[in-house]
Design a protein around this ligand. Structure first.
Ligand code: FAD
Length: 531
């Protein structure tokens, strides 16, 4: 029986194709990341993608340092993406119609994950790079032009019904299915459960241009909070610029969504057909939504399928990639038989709570930006200009902790740092200088004796390395030459931290005699988690 409501009648030809560990539905950046990470571990992954060809037009333009670290983990860090990504090193400002600064967010320099806090990129080039990495994995198959249309929960596996471009229906089976099938997700319906709808943020015309000469917009990432036409101006990867124009009350979508209207809007910023190529334009309704339930037995959702937010903080895809890495290491432990499958139940609660902060932040920025009433805008301007003059600092970017799940103690569920260290191969960011991934990190090498070989071995079997800060590099030892880790340990008041493969802390030990308990507690949770 197909579990898609009474009206779903599907006849499929032939037997179900089995042998897959995971079926990923949707090959946007989130599905790509999941397939890539699972495939790099050697799992048999089938990806089903409705579109016969890659989506050629950019949507996301910005990613943060944590996302850059996630990309680094699959061999697609900023250095590998120089053709697609530009690190940003300036402020992100909201200015009013007269050019007065209302809000100034510091988006310069490196963030705690070791990469620039802000990076602008060209999404199709990023996806093409990830696709190239997926193509090199022998156990990952990507079927384009294949739309998932139904599923059956068979208890110990899931059967998926798929229609191809010729109308032929096929069935595939896997142990787990992940819907990374975007904003209009079908898999979300399969999972069921409430969706928290936080409202919408108007219609915006999103325009990408390739200017013939670099634009002089300072700072390069700017919100022009003009009540007469709220406008976003940001970079969007090497040689490209993104403009977004809000549809005003009383305007019809068609008033904006034409090539002539687009050039009319661009003209104010010096863009004409003689000075720029119009690469794309699309009218979007920005939404803010969050699923409260992300799993039903062996079916899970990730990315836009699970949450939507207006793009003012550039965090939608970033959040989806966090979903992918949170889910992937848990799936790995379960598929490898190294953890009870109940650890998967931590995925939704952890991610749902975490993403709430980014939705809230994006909406707060939207409240400032999307103001078209001149009186309210004048009040806003007076308030924010006064705040800025008084030295009131804007809120720092949220570094929220995960919701309840697989972590313990005061620091569990917070994001770890990544800094340069000196390892046996020389100086590099921590994940490159070591094996990366899950790590028991010790503040000094003598703690290795406290941990003990059985714990080191058991952690290694679960895919976690043990690394100590030391005076000289060596096997399992790195030098904290910048002092960043010493400062971090000091801030945490900890002597050991257990870092999950998604870079969040499982927990920390504040005393030497608690380090062994830290390891034992984590290892016990893999086998005994019961919610
Ligand atoms: C204008 C705009 C600007 C944005 N800016 C940013 C930004 O700066 N930074 C940021 O982080 N995020 C940004 N975002 C959000 C970001 O683009 C999305 O969060 C991200 O692309 C979602 O990725 P995904 O893989 O979850 O879904 P998608 O990229 O939507 O991929 C889903 C895939 O699933 C496929 N699919 C759907 N149904 C089926 C089915 N039944 N069977 C098979 N395949 C199916 C679709 O064809 C699609 O390819 C922006 C979004 C917009 C619209």
């Amino acid at each position: 029986m197909i579990d898609d409501g009474p009206s779903a009648v599907i006849s499929s030809s032939g037997k179900a194709r089995t042998g897959h560990d995971v079926i990923v539905i949707g090959y946007g950046p989130v599905g790509q990341m999941l397939a890539l990470k699972l495939g790099q571990r050697g799992y048999r992954v089938l990806v089903l993608e409705r579109q016969p060809a890659p989506y050629p037009l950019p949507r996301a333009a910005h990613l943060d340092d944590e996302t850059a670290r996630i990309l680094q983990s699959v061999g697609a860090g900023p250095q590998a993406l120089a053709h697609a990504l530009e690190p940003y090193d300036d402020f992100y400002e909201m200015r009013n119609a007269e050019g007065a600064t209302l809000l100034r967010l510091d988006w310069s320099g490196a963030g705690p994950s070791g990469w620039n806090v802000s990076n602008f990129f060209h999404q199709p080039s990023l996806e093409s790079h990830l696709d190239g990495l997926v193509a090199g994995l022998p156990h990952v198959s990507v079927l384009r032009g294949h739309t998932a249309i139904g599923h059956e929960d068979l208890g110990d596996r899931v059967r998926i019904h798929v229609v191809d471009l010729h109308g032929d229906v096929q069935t595939f089976e896997a142990q787990y299915v992940v819907g990374a099938d975007g904003a209009n997700s079908l898999v979300r319906d399969w999972v069921g459960g409430p969706v928290e709808d936080l409202g919408y943020f108007h219609d915006w015309l999103v325009v990408d241009v390739v200017p013939s000469a670099p634009l002089r917009i300072a700072p390069p990432a700017l919100q022009h909070c003009d009540a007469a036409r709220p406008t976003t101006l940001v970079p969007s990867g090497p040689g490209r610029r993104r403009f977004e124009f809000m549809r005003l009350p009383g305007e019809l979508p068609g008033d904006l969504d034409s090539e002539a209207a687009t050039w009319g809007l661009l003209a104010e910023w010096g863009m004409t057909p003689a000075t720029a190529v119009l690469e794309r334009r699309a009218l979007y309704t920005f939404q803010a939504k969050r699923c409260l339930n992300w799993q039903r037995n062996r079916v899970l959702i990730a990315g836009d399928a699970a949450h939507l937010m207006p793009p003012f903080a550039g965090q939608g895809m970033c959040s989806g990639l966090r979903d992918a890495v949170n889910l992937e290491w848990k799936l790995h432990l379960v598929l490898a038989g190294r953890a009870d499958r109940r650890i998967l139940e931590s995925y939704g609660p952890e991610r749902s709570e975490h993403v709430r902060h980014f939705i809230t932040m994006s909406m707060a920025l939207g409240d400032i930006i999307c103001m078209t009433d001149p009186l309210l805008a004048a009040e806003r301007d007076a308030r924010l200009v006064a705040d800025l003059a008084s030295g009131a600092a804007p809120p720092p970017p949220p570094r929220p902790r995960l919701g309840d799940g697989m972590h313990r103690g005061e620091h569990g569920g917070t994001l770890s740092i990544q800094a340069p260290v000196t390892g046996p191969g020389g100086a590099a960011l921590f994940d490159d200088a070591t094996a990366g991934g899950g790590t028991l990190l010790l503040r000094s090498p003598d703690l290795l004796d406290v941990v003990g070989d059985p714990h080191v071995l058991a952690l290694s079997n679960a895919g976690f390395q043990t690394v100590a800060l030391a005076d000289g590099p060596g096997e399992g030892q790195v030098v904290d030459h910048s002092g960043a880790y010493e400062k971090w340990f000091s801030d945490l008041d900890a002597c050991a931290v257990l870092i999950r493969p998604d870079f969040y802390l499982w927990g920390s030990a504040d005393r030497v005699d608690r380090v062994a308990d830290l390891c034992a507690g984590f290892l016990a949770e893999l086998s005994t988690r019961d919610g």
